[in-house]
Write a protein that binds this ligand. Structure first.
Ligand code: AMP
Length: 137
């Protein structure tokens, strides 16, 4: 499969691996956009959270937690931002599930939260579409 993250996982492409276990790999993002930008990926190729089975998701989140705790306990950080784009409409550019991990320090000046434009519809109206009841819940 022609997937850059699968190639990094298999060693076919170079990657700066921060953490790896049987199920997940965490490596440095190449963007150079913010200090400490990492990507956590499952070894299994799944596109995003929408096609990810629960076990793969659980293992991935366990790896994310390990790296987050490592950042705060061993590397001088105070917290982390976790970012994810699920699907092209959400801005996903690489079709192998990944969670961005941005380690944070108080006063680091990083703005990792999107500046949303403001809701266009009433919360109550959207809530009626979104709420999960009966079989869907
Ligand atoms: P997203 O837009 O959420 O799909 O994020 C994809 C991320 O993959 C971006 O932050 C890219 O900088 C990163 N990326 C793309 N190619 C590589 C690579 N070869 N090694 C590390 N990170 C990569």
């Amino acid at each position: 499969m022609d997937c850059i993250f699968c190639k990094i996982i298999s060693g076919g492409l170079p990657g700066k691996i921060v953490y790896e276990d049987e199920y997940a790999v965490v490596f440095m993002d190449i963007a150079g956009d913010v200090d400490g930008h990492m990507l956590a990926v499952p070894r299994k190729h799944v596109k995003n959270i929408l096609d990810c089975d629960p076990d793969t998701l659980n293992h991935l989140m366990a790896a994310v937690k390990k790296v987050a705790v490592h950042c705060t306990e061993n590397c001088g950080y105070d917290g982390v931002n976790l970012l994810n784009a699920g699907g092209e409409s959400a801005g996903q550019s690489v079709p192998h599930f990944h969670i961005h991990i941005i380690p944070r320090k108080k006063g680091d000046g990083i703005d990792a939260w999107p500046a949303f434009p403001g809701a266009r519809r009433k919360t109550e109206e959207v809530y009626e579409e979104l709420r999960m009841t009966g079989d869907a819940g």
